[in-house]
Design a protein around this ligand. Structure first.
Ligand code: CP
Length: 312
């Protein structure tokens, strides 16, 4: 795609070639971070960082990415301090943000709200997660992490575990990894939190191998990547349903048979679903994964605001 001025709304919009371009830029950005430098690639630009739902990593990594490239940042953390709490529409809010900034990063609890914003503005809009929608920039850094940890993106068996219903990063990850050769997925979750039908139908349409199981001890053994998610208490309408599953799914080194050849990832935040003993294992990649948040987002800001890179 032609990156400049594009919106980033869903993982399915990317081609394999797009990923190559983003990852190449991210490697360049890593060098800036490595040298503890700031480059003035985005000097004079203003990034609006609008988070109407809680976030630590996504908001702060986007803001760090912007600052590393000399952009200025205006920020909202929580809708209660904005006029959205006075029933201003998403569209009016978007038109105001378009006046004040050159690019909008947005997380919002209403599905489709980020796409609605993109529809009424002529500045790039990045979806930083819209409730039942997607989290495409997380998926980009997840794939970048897999590449760095496994040194390949083809011929991989990927197990994705626990909350496959509510953790949209897992859906976005599927929508990117299918682009590569010989990928197989194992989905492991309690039956209440299974991968949604739309993702399963997508895999069937693309003829990608997958299996769905509930016993996590079975499905992990021969995978090269294990993507763990937190069971999100805040998404359950009935807390009794949460209590049924909350303590049954905890990853320990014993469950993994101390297997150090499986890359353990997690989008974070973690609560108790990965024991702290796992952190000592060399294949626990989740904090290295967190390190990739900033360069990937620097690459995106640069590509959307400045670069004339075109692919496909
Ligand atoms: N993974 C993720 O989106 O983290 P935050 O909610 O802290 O942004």
């Amino acid at each position: 795609m032609y990156f400049k001025h594009k919106h980033i709304l869903e993982a399915k919009q990317f081609s394999k070639k797009d990923l190559e371009v983003i990852f190449l830029e991210a490697e360049r950005m890593e060098k800036i971070i490595w040298w503890k430098e700031k480059w003035n690639l985005l000097s004079g630009k203003i990034v609006a960082s609008l988070f109407y739902e809680p976030s630590t990593r996504t908001r702060l990594s986007f803001e760090t990415a912007a600052k590393r490239l000399w952009a200025d940042v205006i920020t909202v953390a929580g809708s209660e301090i904005t006029s959205l709490s006075k029933w201003e529409t998403i569209e009016d809010n978007a038109k105001i943000m378009e006046i004040y900034s050159d690019l909008i990063v947005m997380r919002h609890p209403e599905t489709g709200s980020v796409a609605r914003t993109a529809k009424v503005v002529n500045k790039p809009v990045l979806n930083a997660w819209d409730w039942a929608g997607e989290h495409p920039t997380q998926a980009l850094l997840d794939v970048y992490t897999i590449l760095k940890e496994r040194e390949k993106l083809n011929n991989l068996k990927i197990s994705i575990v626990w909350d496959l219903k509510y953790w949209r990063t897992t859906h976005s990850l599927v929508y990117l990894m299918w682009l590569f050769e010989n990928i197989e997925f194992t989905f492991i979750s309690p039956k209440e939190l299974k991968m949604p039908k739309k993702v399963i139908e997508f895999l069937e349409e693309k003829n990608i191998k997958y299996s769905e199981i509930t016993d996590y001890k079975e499905g992990i053994e021969d995978s090269q990547v294990l993507y763990v998610t937190r069971i999100q208490k805040e998404r359950f309408e009935d807390l009794k349903e949460y209590e049924k599953v909350e303590n049954n799914f905890i990853l320990t080194p014993e469950i993994l048979n101390w297997n150090t050849d499986i890359t353990i990832m997690h989008p974070l935040p973690r609560v108790n679903e990965v024991s702290e003993e796992i952190d000592e294992m060399p294949n626990a990649a989740f904090f290295r994964q967190a390190k990739n948040w900033v360069p990937i987002r620097m690459a995106l800001l640069y590509l959307l605001l400045i670069s004339h890179k075109y692919c496909d």
